[in-house]
Design a binder for this molecule. Structure first.
Ligand code: C5P
Length: 222
C-alpha cells in the first residue's frame, strides 16, 4: 500500500481525534493532533500571563517553545518544553482560551510549518481545522467530520463523566458553540470543509463505523 496522508477536519468534539487514532493504528501511521499544539501554546501563554489578543508576544513566545507529540505505550503524550502537559492542555481554562490564540495569522504560519515538517517523513493521520485546506492541501484523503452540537456535547459529557470530571451539559454545549463560532469566523484559515473532502455525519454512527468509512476512503487511493 502506498504511503499516504489522511487529513481529518471538523468542528469541536466531532470525534476527530478518536477516529484519527484508530485509523493511524490500523495503518501503522503516525497520528498528529494539531489541536494539542495550539493548546500547549495557550497553556504556556496563560501561565506567562500573556494577553491573548496581542499577536506578536504570542509569536515570540512560540519561537521559544518546544512542542513535541510523542507516541508512548499509553497513547500520545504532549510535551511542552520537555514537560508532560497531556492532561493539563485539556483543562477548561485552556479549552475556553485556545481559539483566541489560534486566530492569529502569524501564530498559524509557524504552527503550519511545524505540522508540515512532521508530515514529511512518512504516512500520517492529522486532525485539526485547516488540515485539508492549508496544512496538507494535497493530502490523498480528506475527511470532514460533522455531528449535531447536541450529540457532540453529549459525547463530551459522557467522556467527562467516565473520567470522573465534573461537567454540565448546557455549559459544554455553549463552549462548543462558542469555539466553533470563533474558529469558523476567523480570517486566517477558518474551519471550513475543503472542496475535495468527504463529509461524514457521525451523529448516529459509532466511532468504529466512522473509522471504517475513513479506512474505506483510504483503500480507494492507496
Ligand atoms: O482539536 P481541538 O479541539 O483540541 O483544538 C483546539 C483548538 O485549537 C480549536 O478550537 C481551534 O481553535 C484550534 N485549532 C486550529 N487549527 C487546527 C487545530 C486546532 O485552529 N488545525
Amino acid at each position: 500500500m502506498d504511503i499516504i496522508r489522511v487529513a481529518i477536519d471538523g468542528p469541536a468534539a466531532a470525534g476527530k481525534s478518536t477516529v484519527a487514532k484508530i485509523v493511524a493504528e490500523k495503518l501503522n501511521y503516525i497520528y498528529i493532533d494539531t489541536g494539542a499544539m495550539y493548546r500547549a501554546l495557550t497553556l504556556k501563554a496563560l501561565d506567562s500571563s500573556l494577553q491573548l489578543g496581542a499577536e506578536q508576544p504570542l509569536v515570540d513566545l512560540l519561537h521559544h517553545t518546544d512542542i513535541e507529540l510523542k507516541q508512548s505505550e499509553n497513547g500520545q503524550l504532549v510535551l511542552l518544553d520537555k514537560a508532560d502537559v497531556t492532561a493539563e492542555i485539556r483543562s477548561q481554562k485552556v479549552t475556553n482560551n485556545v481559539s483566541y490564540v489560534a486566530k492569529h495569522p502569524k501564530v498559524r504560519i509557524e504552527m503550519v510549518n511545524r505540522q508540515q515538517a512532521l508530515a514529511e517523513k512518512r504516512g500520517v493521520v492529522m486532525d485539526g481545522r485547516d488540515i485539508g485546506t492549508h496544512v496538507l492541501p494535497d493530502a490523498e484523503v480528506k475527511i470532514f467530520l460533522v455531528a449535531s452540537v447536541e450529540e457532540r456535547a453529549k459525547r463530551r459529557y459522557e467522556e467527562n463523566v467516565k473520567k470522573g470530571f465534573p461537567s454540565d451539559l448546557e455549559e459544554l454545549k455553549e463552549e462548543i458553540e462558542q469555539r466553533d463560532l470563533i474558529d469558523s469566523k476567523r480570517e486566517a484559515a477558518p474551519l471550513i470543509k475543503a472542496d475535495d473532502a468527504t463529509e461524514i455525519d457521525t451523529t448516529s454512527l459509532s466511532i468504529n463505523e466512522v473509522a471504517e468509512q475513513v479506512l474505506t476512503e483510504v483503500t480507494k487511493v492507496a
